[in-house]
Design a protein around this ligand. Structure first.
Ligand code: PCA
Length: 198
């Protein structure tokens, strides 16, 4: 039987009208590697992003949750290794919230490591000729908020949680960044999912 993977992408935020994370997730096949996929678009709102994913996970009972977000300042696909217990927004989220120096979860531990192997993803994506690098900071905005909360809730369970940041699309990228084509981002995610299943 195929394993279940819940894959999420974010809605647009800030000045952007499109988010490559959701655009790529939407284009993935319904089955990849050993997994059947459930795709979910997530709001760029502190707290609500994780609530949305946890609600879906309660129904779907995935073996793996893989969340994808846009990192406009990067030109590589970057699997994240760690999530930290800190909210420190430099711009308001889509609900107008701009938390600063707050924990994601009061009394939560300082950090969690990804329970999906970043190096395995990195190696597979890089071997396909797609720019990829391991990242040791998912930031302190909504992506880290989601990643931290999912790792917190999956701690001690069999559900594995990973996060991958993807570059902006070429039409969004601000110099000196050149962005990445949507079909390349989509291919990278497909390869990442297959690598997780190996
Ligand atoms: N990127 C933001 C939040 C939503 C997204 O796609 C981040 O890196 O926190």
């Amino acid at each position: 039987m195929r394993k279940k993977l819940l894959i999420t992408g974010f809605e647009p935020f800030g000045k952007d009208t499109v988010n490559p994370s959701w655009e790529a997730v939407k284009r993935l096949p319904d089955k990849a590697g050993r997994f059947e996929l459930m795709k979910l678009q997530v709001p760029v709102v502190f707290g609500l992003a994780a609530e949305t994913v946890l609600e879906a996970a309660k129904e779907y009972c995935p073996d793996v949750i893989l969340s994808i977000g846009q990192a406009g300042k990067r030109d590589s696909v970057t699997p994240e290794v760690v999530a930290i217990n800190l909210r420190d927004a430099s711009i308001a989220d889509n609900a107008g919230k701009k938390p600063q120096d707050e924990p994601v979860i009061a009394d939560g531990q300082n950090a969690y490591f990804s329970s999906v192997p970043g190096r395995t993803i990195f190696q597979a994506v890089k071997d396909a000729g797609i720019p990829c690098a391991i990242s040791y900071s998912a930031g302190v905005y909504v992506c880290n908020d989601l990643f931290y909360t999912l790792l917190h809730h999956s701690d001690g369970t069999t559900t594995r949680v990973g996060f991958i940041h993807v570059p902006s699309l070429p039409q969004q990228a601000e110099k000196p960044r050149s962005g990445m084509q949507l079909d390349v981002i989509t291919q990278a995610l497909d390869i990442a999912i297959q690598a997780i299943g190996e």
